[in-house]
Design a protein around this ligand. Structure first.
Ligand SMILES: Cc1cc2nc3c(=O)[nH]c(=O)nc-3n(C[C@H](O)[C@H](O)[C@H](O)COP(=O)(O)O)c2cc1C
Length: 136
């Protein structure tokens, strides 16, 4: 199944993880920049949604990107970079991705730019998702 990595990054942490995940999975990437909201997810049944948590929520550009798209029938795998306080970001994602199935959320912890969640954990997560969606 075809997969897309949708990501947003202000200070580079999430971008670094998006690059790694793209190498592991071979997925294309879509950068959600402020003021640029044109990408199409229609051809992708599997979406990796990579975002930092801001004040316990999705950053505004990600929230508006997600709210504008049709998630029906899609599988959404959130990967949230954070400093340890997730707030209500997962319920927010579930409620915004109407008609989609949000599954296997992964927290990737940073202390500033220092990655605390080890790469093998991210690789194992990606591998499980690839196997369950026949992405090889
Ligand atoms: C405006 C702002 C709000 C943040 N709020 C939270 C938060 O509520 N909980 C948390 O764990 N980390 C919070 N952080 C830390 C970021 O989630 C974390 O550093 C993340 O990895 C940054 O991703 P980026 O480098 O891709 O932009 C916040 C960072 C910023 C800039």
């Amino acid at each position: 199944m075809k997969s897309l990595i949708v990501f947003f990054s202000r200070t580079g942490n999430t971008r670094k993880i998006a690059d790694k995940l793209s190498l592991i999975t071979g997925s294309e990437k879509e950068d959600v920049e402020e003021g640029k909201d044109t990408g199409d997810i229609k051809d992708y049944p599997v979406i990796f949604l990579l975002s930092p948590v801001w004040d316990g929520r999705l950053p505004g550009p990600v929230r508006s990107y997600v709210a504008k798209r049709d998630w029906r029938g899609k599988k959404i795998y959130p990967l949230i970079t954070n400093g340890g306080l997730m707030g209500s970001i997962y319920p927010e994602i579930i409620s915004l991705c109407k008609g989609g199935r949000v599954d296997e959320p992964l927290s990737v912890r940073f202390i500033f730019e220092d990655q605390k969640t080890e790469d093998p954990e991210i690789e194992a997560w990606a591998g499980r998702i690839m196997r369950s969606n026949l992405m090889f």
